[in-house]
Design a protein around this ligand. Sequence first.
Ligand code: HEC
Length: 137
Amino acid sequence: MTIRTLLAVSAFLAATPALAGSAQHAVLARYAAEAKTADPGFTGFSAERGKALFHAKFATGKPDTPSCTTCHTENPKQEGRTRAGKIVPPLALSVKADRYSDFAETEKWFGRNCDSVIGRTCTPVEKGDFISYMITQ
Ligand code: HEC
């Protein structure tokens, strides 16, 4: 990381809600560093954009999973279900405190779910926006 990236990342982290612990900060810092590398003009994540992504309906992925809400429901505080009926614990950090605390685990699910719903991988900005929204929930 360059000094500029480090400064941008720390300024951004100072603005994340107190609910998130150091593990969530570390995961967000990695996405912020990736975002800054991809786009030097990156200025920070947006919980509003994350919320919009969560509720968006896509026509580019698998027809039976047009939205994140297909499995996670419209309410992040609520338990969801996979197509096969398996229970998915809530995504909101206030309800499930170990969410977004393990980079490899978070990456694995973004990989699978963005591919199913959008038909491509999510960008670092989309991932950071999504987590920024969920840690306020
Ligand atoms: C086909 C059902 C399904 C859809 C659609 C879906 N998810 Fe998930 N998601 C899951 C399952 C199953 C898990 C893993 C179980 C868990 O972590 O509770 C999961 C976990 C996650 C995690 C891991 C959270 C953590 O603890 O680190 C993230 C992030 C996530 N989903 C994001 C998304 C996003 C973004 C979308 C929409 C683009 C989406 N999901 C759509 C089923 C789905």
